[in-house]
Design a binder for this molecule. Structure first.
Ligand code: ZN
Length: 264
């Protein structure tokens, strides 16, 4: 009764009460739980009011027909799971909403990886390379300004033209902000549960980042390039393909079915 963790709180009586208090109940120091059960009814010792909390915490009926079973109190089923044990041990950190932008139901893994690097400012843009001359540091897409995350996504010239086309097709009305501020703005407005409009806009974002980065690399390494509207066209085709192939295609609302011409 006093020394085992059989109470619903998972604690034992000796955790919270002194031996003097417990023995004032008149029950022996080695009393058993069976000693306070009479014909499948609890008969808690009366008298000592200060340990009433123990008796009040007991939220089940005694059952002499069933054997005693351990119950894992951290899951609803009472069964042990590694997940619940880990949840109990780990230090919780606030949720990072970037997760929803990257790993939504319509995401394309290789694109989300590039978006993730871009979100962390970890793409190897020229402003991050050591020992680069001013001339080498010029953005290959517009050949006007130095290349940085802010420049590529999507403030200026080439990349802005590409993004504007995608945003208007996908009906995205995000403000024009520097890259990190834009991401925070999107994070603040994205909901955990999500919806197709949100997921399609995240897909459009990751596709655009991915294709701009690929175009930038093509220009650096092969010296060939495409105009902005050719890139936009490629991105739109790819978004449509991704929607067509989604296992949740039939759940996509009518308005998006029409926008992306999904029924052909
Ligand atoms: Zn540029």
């Amino acid at each position: 009764m006093w020394h085992d963790n059989w109470l619903p709180s998972g604690q034992r009586a000796t955790n919270n009460y002194s031996s003097r208090t417990l023995s004032s109940t008149g029950l022996a120091w080695n009393a058993r739980v069976a000693d306070i059960i009479d014909r499948d009814q609890w008969c808690f010792p009366s008298g000592n009011t200060c340990i009433q909390n123990i008796w009040q915490s007991i939220n089940f009926y005694p059952n002499s027909l069933e054997p005693d079973t351990p119950i894992w109190s951290l899951t609803a089923s009472g069964e042990y799971t590694i997940h619940s044990a880990w949840d109990q041990m780990r230090t919780r950190k606030p949720n990072n909403n970037l997760f929803h932008i990257l790993w939504h139901p319509l995401h394309v893994p290789r694109q989300s990886i590039i978006l993730w690097l871009a979100a962390r400012g970890r793409l190897r843009t020229k402003d991050r390379l050591p020992n680069i001359t001013e001339e080498d540091g010029i953005c290959k897409l517009c050949r006007r300004e130095g290349e940085s995350h802010d420049h590529l996504f999507f403030h200026y010239g080439y990349s802005k033209q590409v993004w504007d086309l995608i945003a208007s097709k996908a009906n995205i009305t995000w403000p024009t902000l520097p890259w990190q501020e834009l991401l925070s703005w999107i994070e603040r407005r994205s909901t955990t549960k999500g919806n197709f409009h949100q997921w399609i806009s995240f897909l459009a974002l990751s596709s655009t980042i991915y294709h701009l980065w690929r175009e930038r690399n093509r220009r650096i390494f092969t010296n060939s390039g495409h105009p902005p509207n050719a890139i936009s066209k490629g991105i739109l085709v790819q978004i449509r393909t991704q929607l067509m192939e989604s296992p949740r295609r039939l759940d996509i609302p009518e308005i998006h079915q029409r926008t992306w011409n999904l029924r052909d």
